[in-house]
Design a protein. Structure first.
Length: 202
């Protein structure tokens, strides 16, 4: 499949490391499975995926950008924001802690299974990265893609790392102004204001 509008998320399971204070020792974490149903079912979710944890654009712009706008996304009808990369859970957790991320949740697509299933896996062997995700984002409603964004020039061994289409500001603007939910609210407001005007005239 691809990340076209109307497509449903594939069924995939990720292995994550979660903190558990009942675990004794210096490393109080345990393995916990996370599925696409856990992430998407009965929720309106923004998921953005990037080439790698700790890489420059991902670290200085995209991840902190979504974190800083988190409250605006929630107020605009989004339930959760997830950041995904083809990295293991140890790396994703360390990156999130290092970047002081409190709200955006990270998903480790370590084997690239999910990214491959939605046709967004590319070879970055020219950077000795191996298989990684092309930069994309999507807005999903109960597991169905409502809108998607893909950076231009997707290919194996790309010489650059485009960033702009998946910027959090652009996605938030769509959700607030262009999404079906936003247009529905605008219509409701228009009808309400129309009724209010009639009441004033009567």
């Amino acid at each position: 499949m691809n990340i076209g509008v109307g497509n449903r998320m594939p069924l995939v399971k990720w292995n994550t490391r979660v903190r558990d204070e009942t675990v004794e020792g210096d490393n109080p974490y345990r393995w916990e499975s996370l599925t696409t149903a856990d992430v998407f079912k009965d929720k309106r979710v923004v998921l953005f995926s990037l080439p790698g944890a700790f890489t420059p654009t991902c670290t200085t712009k995209q991840l902190p950008g979504f974190e800083s706008l988190y409250d605006d996304f929630i107020e605009s009808g989004v339930d959760e924001i997830y950041c995904m990369s083809v990295n293991d859970s140890f790396v994703m957790n360390a990156w999130s802690r290092w970047a002081n991320i409190k709200n955006v949740k990270v998903i480790p697509d370590g084997s690239g299974e999910f990214t491959s299933a939605i046709s967004m896996l590319v070879d970055k062997g020219n950077l000795t990265f191996g298989q990684r995700s092309w930069r994309f984002a999507m807005l999903c409603n109960d597991g169905v893609i409502e809108q998607s964004w893909i950076e231009p020039g997707m290919c194996d061994n790309a010489q650059d790392d485009p960033y702009g289409e998946t910027a959090p500001e652009k996605i938030l603007e769509y959700i607030q102004l262009e999404s079906p939910l936003a247009k529905g609210r605008e219509l409701q407001l228009t009808l309400f204001e129309g009724l209010d005007s009639k009441d004033k005239m009567s």
